[in-house]
Write a protein that binds this ligand. Structure first.
Ligand code: NAD
Length: 475
């Protein structure tokens, strides 16, 4: 599929003819290619996003919302095609791929509705006959970078948020999983979004960011990915005075107090860890369990991990698919070896499964010392740490020890404990006694090294708007 760039309303190949390989992670075989953009293609995308901005920003919010709602309907109609593409290129089980693709319409609809609620305000003046109002204007053309772990879920928030606000966008979607991103962009195209408003590119990520971010046409960056790359792009955004939203890595604590019912907590704990083979920025990594429940939780968690059926996402009853990248297999092995060498107990898993495809066994490490790499680095894979704590103060201190602050989970029947966790843990998102993250209507984002800004929720559209004061003397 070499016509994978969408620039100024047309699908095309890269002008230099360069392409990248696309793999099936379940077999490790090459299944396609993706066109790479050259500087000339990026210049065309910049010119298109610039040209289209005036028209789109001046299209009424009512009209933009109508077009977005049409895109949402198309996304629902085409959800199965997107799910099959996610399954093939990302590797997650079909049920997960369907849930991701099926949610795209809801995200677009949310932003369509928010477009109509971008209210400004009137500020009482100090002088008679002066009217002071604040109006919200679209920031301008956006450069967005979205990753491969949720090829549709991450991209849709950026495109729909930008378009709802009246911005145009150049999205660099993941080279590993291009097809579902193309199908998603096709929904906006067929809904009648004017040429140049949405542009889709693939290529060498560092070339694309180095070209787009300094361009005076681009007014804002939105990036989802690792802390390292986020820091690099943030530096560029700072140098060129560009607004930025950064959704970076996490290392979520999952605190289990001694008063909980393990019968409900353990299955949820297992499900959250191994969803998308652990390649989720908000996935729990450090399970911190209060002394009296430690052994029972650990036994239940290990049993749950061992019961998971690992295989190609197409298989019947498969719970966990492969890792999306071959290179992540080595990282997983290194993290396990390092933890064990430092004294951690490997309770289950710890190794690659087979040699076709990129499968890594659901892995549980217990009693992991603080100096182990995995206690400090985001695994972004199917490895869980289960450690013991005695007092809630200890658990909160451990939760806050790392520079990450994306998601945290807390379980207790006592409201003094849940309140303490909700208020004292340094995190952008806190989920208590259930899993409650990532709905279109709730803000998604982190603090500390996990980034800044929110996607989704009422905050999601604000990220693409800028306030303008209009002060007018009447009469
Ligand atoms: P990576 O750091 O090489 O890439 C992460 C993402 O950033 C990819 O989508 C990549 O295309 C993009 N990227 C890389 N260099 C870039 C550049 N110079 N300019 C613009 N974009 C660039 O890591 P990886 O091996 O692909 O993924 C593993 C790590 O990435 C994990 O450890 C995890 O922390 C992070 N990650 C986070 C998320 C998330 O949802 N926050 C998603 C995917 C990956």
């Amino acid at each position: 599929m070499t016509h994978s760039l969408f620039i100024d309303g047309s699908w095309r190949a890269g002008s230099g003819g360069r392409t990248g390989d696309v793999f099936d992670p379940a077999s490790g075989t090459r299944i396609g290619d993706v066109a790479f953009a050259e500087a000339a293609d990026l210049d065309d995308a910049l010119a298109a996003a610039h040209r289209a901005f005036a028209g789109w920003a001046n299209t009424s919010a009512y009209e933009r919302a109508k077009i977005l709602r049409k895109a949402a309907s198309l996304a629902r109609e085409r959800a199965e095609d997107m799910a099959q593409a996610i399954l093939r290129e990302n590797g997650k089980p079909l049920a997960e791929a369907r849930m991701e693709a099926g949610g795209a319409g809801d995200h677009i609809d949310w932003f369509a509705e928010e477009a109509r609620r971008t209210y400004g305000r009137v500020i009482p003046s100090r002088q008679p006959n002066v009217e002071q109002k604040v109006i919200l204007e679209p920031v301008g053309p956006i450069a967005a970078f979205s990753p491969w772990n949720f090829p549709v879920g991450q991209l849709v928030r950026k495109i729909a948020g930008a378009l709802a606000a009246g911005c145009t966008i150049i999205a660099k979607a993941p080279e590993e999983t291009p097809t579902s991103a193309m199908l998603l962009v096709g929904c906006f195209e067929d809904a009648g979004v004017p040429a140049g408003v949405v542009n889709l590119v693939f290529g060498v990520p560092s070339e694309i960011s180095a070209h787009l971010i300094p361009s005076p046409i681009i007014r804002k960056i939105s990036f989802t990915g690792s802390v390292q790359v986020g820091s690099l792009l943030g530096e560029m955004a700072g140098k060129h005075i560009k607004r930025a939203t950064m959704e970076l890595g996490g290392h979520a604590p999952f605190i289990v107090c001694e008063d909980v019912d393990l019968g409900t907590v353990v299955p949820l704990a297992v499900g959250l860890k191994f969803r998308n083979a652990g390649q989720v920025c908000a996935a729990p990594t450090r399970y911190l369990v209060q002394g009296p429940k430690f052994e029972a939780f650990l036994d239940g968690f290990v049993a749950g991990a061992e019961k998971l059926k690992v295989g190609a996402g197409t298989g019947d009853g498969v719970d966990m698919g492969p890792l999306t990248h071959a290179r992540r297999i080595d990282v997983m092995s290194e993290l396990v070896e390092d933890a064990v060498a430092r004294g951690a107990d490997l309770k289950t898993g710890g190794a690659r499964i087979g040699n076709a495809g990129w499968f890594f066994a659901p892995t549980v490490l217990a009693n992991v010392p603080e100096d182990a790499r995995i206690m400090n680095e985001e695994p972004f894979g199917p490895i869980a740490i289960v450690n013991r704590f005695e007092t809630l103060d200890d658990a909160v201190a451990e939760a806050n020890r790392l520079p990450f602050g994306l998601a945290a989970f807390g379980f207790s029947k006592r409201t003094d404990r849940t309140h303490a966790m909700a208020t004292r843990i340094e995190t952008g998102m806190m989920s208590i006694n259930h899993f409650g993250l990532a709905a279109p209507e709730t803000p998604f984002g982190g603090v500390k090294d996990s980034g800044y800004g929110s996607e989704s929720g009422a905050e999601g559209i604000m990220a693409y708007l800028t306030p303008k004061l209009v002060s007018q003397l009447n009469g």
